[in-house]
Design a protein around this ligand. Sequence first.
Ligand SMILES: Nc1ncnc2c1ncn2[C@@H]1O[C@H](COP(=O)(O)OP(=O)(O)OP(=O)(O)O)[C@@H](O)[C@H]1O
Length: 260
Amino acid sequence: MPDPDATPQIALRLRGLTKRFGPTTAVDRLGLDVPRGSFYGLVGPNGAGKTTTLSMATGLLRPDAGSAQVLGTDVWSDPVGAKSQIGILPDGLRLFDRLTGQQLVTYAGLLRGMDRDLVVERTGELLAALGLTDAASKLVIDYSAGMTKKITLACALVHAPRLLVLDEPFEAVDPVSARTIRRILEDFAANGGTVVLSSHVMDLVERICTDVAIIAAGTVRSAGTLDDVRAGMSLEDRFLDLVGGTTDVEGLAWLRTSSD
Ligand SMILES: Nc1ncnc2c1ncn2[C@@H]1O[C@H](COP(=O)(O)OP(=O)(O)OP(=O)(O)O)[C@@H](O)[C@H]1O
């Protein structure tokens, strides 16, 4: 009989995650369960703590308190075991951008201990799928923002992870590439992978995510299936409802040049 604990149903389990930067509590005892096979969207206003949460969840930033588990493996007590199962698209992390796109993806695969022939084969396939074959020999420093996003995604995918954690994967990406990325991710999730992504684009989250968490001021305001969180509203309305904030721009009367 299969051991039910051998394949945990929770791909990412966060408990009591906390991070302070000086007087700012960026993430405040945050807890979240990301079901295996889900396409999980993390939404929240600027400065809500999404990037900080994802960095702690993937072993890039040490929490002040709390824990993160990837498919049952603790990220901070067994970082090698946990990281072998994760592919990460971090926000604003520096790349070795003096490498060509092809070299960067190859390097990412070799760092993961993969066989060179397999890395070369997968790198070619990923570059083709992401429309980067013609830019394979160009230095990453000369890539556009969208191309950089795509090559970083290729680096995150090359070792065939079980959990993908993507910070703003569609930012700066053109619609054709966005659709390609979306298809790759949907295929990944349909075949047992789990995707966690942060985004500010509510329509997109509503279209592609099965589950969602609304985060504000470092805490989870609502989390669950998309329908549970929406509670009969559009995600944007629910977001504004929960997060509040002003949309009042009355104070900017001086911007109305026609009032001269
Ligand atoms: N390295 C840091 N040093 C100091 N403060 C930080 C640092 N990183 C994040 N913060 C602060 O922590 C809070 C959460 O930031 P974070 O980047 O996690 O938010 P976010 O939800 O990802 O925002 P955005 O949607 O704008 O990308 C903010 O108040 C931010 O100023």
